[in-house]
Design a protein around this ligand. Structure first.
Ligand code: FES
Ligand code: FES
Length: 158
């Protein structure tokens, strides 16, 4: 067993891990943050995307010990208790969610993009979500939603 320290969704955690645990295992199985999904487990689908030290990463590809000392944001860290985050609201408004399995990862990739580039082009949005697979939507509504989220965030000055 190893002990690691993480800041997840603005709270500090000290967690005991096995050496072979991945970040997604810590999030889902140790801390119960099951909003982060596991699809392929091999870095191909993006369902497990979280933001680690400001960058979107596949949490199935990060060993837990590599995350020691990191700041992580998961889908649970976006909304406050009462209101949806503007990106979540935009996904609902645009009908960009069908089965929903890809949605947490899509939203985290969108957040990483919009944090860095508040007013992206459609091409930049497509590139930012190029590692996130969706079997249901055909992607256009997701791109529409991220454009709308950008407008919401700019309007709110966030
Ligand atoms: S579960 Fe991590 S990329 Fe698919
Ligand atoms: S909404 Fe079903 S996989 Fe994207």
């Amino acid at each position: 067993m190893l002990k690691i320290n993480l800041n997840i969704n603005y709270k500090d955690y000290s967690v005991e891990i096995d050496e072979d645990m991945r970040l997604i295992d810590v999030l889902r199985d140790v801390l119960g943050l099951t909003g982060t999904k596991e699809g392929c487990g091999e870095g191909e689908c993006g369902a497990c995307t979280v933001i680690m030290d400001g960058k979107a990463v596949c949490s199935c590809l990060v060993m837990a010990f590599q995350a020691d000392g990191s700041r992580i944001i998961t889908i649970e860290g976006l909304s406050n208790e009462e209101d949806l985050h503007p990106i979540q609201k935009a996904f609902l408004d645009e009908g960009a969610v069908q089965c929903g399995f890809c949605t947490p990862g899509m939203i985290m990739s969108a957040k990483a993009l919009l944090d860095e580039n508040p007013n992206p082009s459609r091409q930049e949005i497509r590139e930012a979500i190029s590692g996130n697979l969706c079997r249901c939507t055909g992607y256009n509504k997701i791109v529409d939603a991220i454009e709308k989220a950008s407008a919401y965030l700019l309007k709110e000055g966030k």
